[in-house]
Every structure is written in structure tokens, then in C-alpha cells.
Design a protein around this ligand. Structure first.
Ligand SMILES: Cc1ncc(COP(=O)(O)O)c(C=O)c1O
Length: 376
């Protein structure tokens, strides 16, 4: 198999697994327990918290462990509007992940209005729209980079235009891939996840800026300084920190490698496949994603392309959510103004540090053959 779907998830690194296993074997203590086994678990968690915090220039007390990006996103939206009462209204980018759009929609049914911020044809939030909004007591949620196209939003510019709002960013696709400094970005909240950077699934982090009176959405025991109840999954937390540490240490090398693969894929597609449109710009995006659609999409079935790729042993995806058995056009590409059919026939390559030139060459050659075949 050639695995080119690393924005969906990544393989856990051996070093990460090795660091986790002791906490699943002998080190099974509950970090809230006062005896040695519990104290050791507590130390491991707090060390991990310090590692995660330093990777985004935050203070350890500003990091809360959650079950993943989805929970971090849901918690911020719900807590800001309901439990913490920091805001009465919500603005969300049009190309956000469903882990933002779905809770925003649900909250609107509970009487908290939300406004969708439109994007331009590159997927960037239009800044004139921001400047003209009334932003009193508002939570603004704008993702750091998009999971389908890789486009990075200019968060610090958005912050400069909206100084009086609470600003949240879903950084699931940038954490460990590009430098993140929460102070420079100007965010109040930031969502992270470990499984996109060779860490385990089921563990995420939420940065909550110091000084914010944040009340828990999830309640129970007083874990995570009363911000997220539940016995801490020590092994997952340790794994997340090792994955983050490795990602930060190797960031430059990984980034150069991944970008060279993405650039190669782009060039090979240009050389071998006609009538394509790249939905990932050459600059201003994460190093590992390339999204391409087909201009003559009325003659191509997006689902058929992915299925044929799968039959050839290549794992790629598009952004289209499969709802009730039918593939829906990508809401990201639709928001960028792509026609309905084209938004259904996109292919997203997302590489990791472990992919090779040979894999990219083979995958593009097979994609070209499939597309030519479908075009007849
Ligand atoms: C941008 C973005 N946000 C949130 C999530 C959800 O993260 P998790 O799988 O950790 O819940 C994903 C995962 O695909 C994502 O790409």
C-alpha cells in the first residue's frame, strides 16, 4: 500500500509507542492517587504538559488534555457560550472542519447565533468582511490551516482587525508541522491533536490563555484543573508529548522533505494530466497537502477515482463527507467557489516524513491512467 492520507491520520512512530508502553504495563496508576504509582503517573503527565506547552510558546498551566481535536473544538465553543459566558455570538470560517461547524449549528438551535465568514477563491477569510463586523462579546473561530487544501489563515492579521473578540484556532493540521507561537498569533484558544503527527489517536490538547475564566464543559472529578473531568490517559498523554517533541525537533527536515514531495506531485500532475485545477496554492500552505480537482468534472466521478486508486493500493482521499451513502461535494471547495461537480471530484494527497519520491511517482502515474480511462 502507498499511504498518502496523512492528514486523516498517521502511523504511530516506534519511539512514541516505546514511550507509551510502560504506562500501559506497570505504570497503570491513577494520577489523582496519592501513593507512589499515582505520583509517578502525575509526574509523567506534568512533564508531557511542559513539553506540549513549550512547543507552542505557552505556559504549562495553559494546556488542557482532551480526547482529541474534536473535543477541544466542541469544548471551546460550548464553554465560551454556555458555561463560561464569555461570548453571546459566534463567528466561524466557512471552511472550518465539521468539528467546528456541527457544534456551531447545534448551538444556533439553542439560541446562540453564528455567522459564517466567507472565504475567497484561495480559501482565505476575506478581511474586509471581518473589519465591518460588530464583534462585541463574540467568539471567532478560524482554523490555522485547512485540512483539505492546506491553506494557512493569517491569524495575526485577523487578530489585529478584531482586537476585542475571543479568538480560537483549530490548529490540528499545523501543530508539529509549522512553527506555532500562541503569543504571535494572538489566540486565546488553540486546538491540537496528536494523531496527525505520528502520535496516538484519542488524545488532544487545548490551549487556554492565562487569565481567562474558563469553566469546564465536561464535569466530574476535578482533573485538568477543573477544566476537563476524567481520569487522565497517561500513556496517550506521554505519546502525544513524545510525538510533539520529535515533530518540533525535526520540523525543518520533515518540512523540507514533505514539501519536495508535494512539489514533485504538482509537477508530475501538470506533466501527465490535463484539465486540472490545484486547490492548494504554491505558497501560504502547510508543507504536506496537495489538493487537485478536475475542470471537466462532469465527465469524472470523484468516488470512482478514489475507489480505483484504492484498488491499485493507493490510499488518498477527497474532502467530501459521505452522508447516507452518497458523496457530498466538499464544503471547503464549494465555499471557495468551485462548481458542485468539481467539488465532488477532488483528490487530496497528504504526505508524511515517511513517504518517498518513488511512491509519489507511482501514485501520480496511476491517477493519470485512471483519469484518462474515466474520460474515455
Ligand atoms: C482541521 C481538523 N480539525 C479537527 C479534527 C478532528 O481531530 P481529532 O481526529 O483529533 O478529533 C481534524 C481531523 O481530521 C482536522 O483535520
Amino acid at each position: 500500500m502507498i499511504y498518502l492520507d496523512n492528514s486523516a491520520t498517521t502511523q504511530v512512530d516506534e519511539e512514541v509507542l516505546d514511550a507509551m508502553l510502560p504506562w500501559l504495563r506497570g505504570g497503570y496508576g491513577n494520577a489523582s492517587s496519592i501513593y507512589k504509582l499515582g505520583r509517578e503517573a502525575r509526574v509523567a503527565i506534568e512533564d508531557a504538559r511542559t513539553t506540549i506547552a513549550s512547543s507552542i510558546n505557552a505556559h504549562p498551566a495553559e494546556i488542557t488534555f482532551t480526547s482529541g481535536g474534536t473535543e477541544s473544538n466542541n469544548t471551546v465553543l460550548r464553554s465560551c457560550l454556555i458555561e463560561s459566558r464569555l461570548a453571546d455570538a459566534l463567528y466561524v470560517g466557512a471552511t472550518e472542519h465539521h468539528a467546528i461547524l456541527a457544534p456551531a449549528e447545534e448551538l444556533s438551535h439553542q439560541g446562540y447565533p453564528y455567522t459564517v465568514l466567507p472565504v475567497d477563491s484561495d480559501g482565505l477569510i476575506s478581511q474586509d468582511v471581518l473589519a465591518s463586523h460588530n464583534t462585541r462579546r463574540t467568539l471567532v473561530s478560524v482554523m490555522h490551516a485547512n485540512n483539505e487544501t492546506g491553506v494557512i489563515q493569517p491569524l495575526s492579521e485577523i487578530r489585529a482587525l478584531m482586537s476585542d473578540v475571543y479568538l480560537h484556532s483549530d490548529a490540528v493540521q499545523t501543530f508539529g508541522k509549522i512553527p506555532i507561537d500562541v503569543e504571535t498569533l494572538g489566540v486565546d484558544f488553540l486546538t491540537m491533536s496528536a494523531h496527525k503527527i505520528h502520535g496516538p489517536k484519542g488524545i488532544g490538547m487545548l490551549f487556554i490563555k492565562k487569565g481567562i475564566d474558563f469553566k469546564a464543559h465536561q464535569q466530574g472529578g476535578g482533573q485538568e484543573r477543573n477544566r476537563r473531568a476524567g481520569t487522565e490517559p497517561v500513556a496517550l498523554i506521554v505519546g502525544a508529548a513524545v510525538a510533539a517533541q520529535r515533530a518540533v525537533t525535526e520540523m525543518e527536515r520533515r518540512s523540507t522533505h514533505m514539501r519536495s514531495l508535494v512539489d514533485l506531485a504538482r509537477q508530475l500532475i501538470i506533466d501527465q494530466i490535463s484539465q486540472v485545477r490545484f486547490n492548494t496554492p504554491i505558497t501560504g500552505c502547510v508543507p504536506n497537502i496537495l489538493n487537485v480537482s478536475f475542470v471537466d468534472a462532469d465527465r469524472l466521478d470523484g468516488e470512482a477515482i478514489l475507489q480505483s486508486m484504492d484498488m491499485h493500493g493507493i490510499a488518498v482521499s477527497n474532502g467530501s463527507a459521505c452522508v447516507s451513502g452518497s458523496v457530498q461535494p466538499s464544503h471547503v471547495l464549494r465555499a471557495m467557489g468551485r462548481p458542485h461537480r468539481e467539488a465532488k471530484a477532488a483528490v487530496r494527497f497528504s504526505v508524511s516524513k515517511d513517504n518517498t519520491i518513488e511512491e509519489i511517482t507511482q501514485a501520480v502515474a496511476i491517477l493519470g491512467a485512471i483519469v484518462r480511462d474515466l474520460r474515455g
